[in-house]
Design a protein around this ligand. Structure first.
Ligand code: TMP
Length: 218
């Protein structure tokens, strides 16, 4: 199996339930990194690359209700493999800072836990798609389910969003997502930093920077 290239850059991911504000935090973090002189690649999953964006449409189109959990899992990793090969590994090899909105942790909590496919199946496919690539640091923006879903709902109405198939899942589903994220932070405290996203953007951004800054010095 191919191994990831020699990694010289820094790989940061943002994670969180619906409406956690992680995408806003990602933009703020990227700006701050650039202001500090770093060469930054911003990407997202599912999506990022042009091919990944086409896969994203299939995954999130509210019309695709019949998409099976296993097909969903494989498509998430198909978009990820494309992102890794086309954008992430070359950027890391060039010494850039990669900030990615969601990564395998999302698959662990959404497909592994909330859909019930199990962590083992997710790790099996991760071995093929990601070939050992693990984030150096993951910023997990935690938010109350009700607050997060209300934010996501307002955003979807404002933008007339059609990519709603997953955020329209039941409250029970989103509770499983949040619980699984919190377990992940407990299990991997060195890599996964839990940040309270129920606060103003600037306060969350300050905590994000406090977590990232020590890695930049290395
Ligand atoms: P986004 O709203 O953060 O762009 O994420 C899109 C949706 O896709 C969101 O509901 C979470 C879901 N998702 C998964 O279910 N599994 C995954 O592996 C990823 C990356 C996202």
């Amino acid at each position: 199996m191919n191994q990831p290239m020699n990694q010289r850059g820094l790989f940061l991911t943002l994670e969180g339930p619906e409406g956690s504000g992680k995408s806003t935090q990602l933009r703020m973090l990227a700006q701050r990194l650039r202001a500090a002189g770093h060469d930054v690649l911003e990407t997202a999953e599912p999506g990022g690359t042009p091919i990944g964006l086409q896969i994203r449409r299939v995954l999130l189109d509210a019309k695709n209700q019949e998409l099976s959990p296993t097909a969903e899992l494989l498509l998430m990793f198909a978009a990820r493999a494309q992102n890794i090969d086309q954008w992430i590994l070359p950027a890391l090899a060039a010494g850039r800072v990669v900030v990615c909105d969601r990564f395998t942790d999302s698959t662990l909590v959404y497909q592994g836990a909330a859909r019930g496919l199990g962590a083992e199946m997710v790790y099996d496919i991760d071995r093929i798609a990601c070939r050992g690539l693990v984030p150096d640091l993951t910023l997990l923006i935690d938010v109350d389910i009700e607050t997060g879903l209300a934010r996501a709902h307002r955003r979807n109405q404002r933008t007339r969003e059609v990519e709603t198939r997953i955020d329209e899942q039941s409250l029970e589903f989103h509770k499983k997502v949040r619980d699984a994220y919190r377990h992940l932070a407990d299990d991997e405290p060195k890599r996964v930093k839990l940040i309270d996203g129920n606060r103003p953007e600037a306060a969350v951004a300050a905590d994000v920077w406090t977590a990232v800054e020590p890695l930049l010095a290395k």
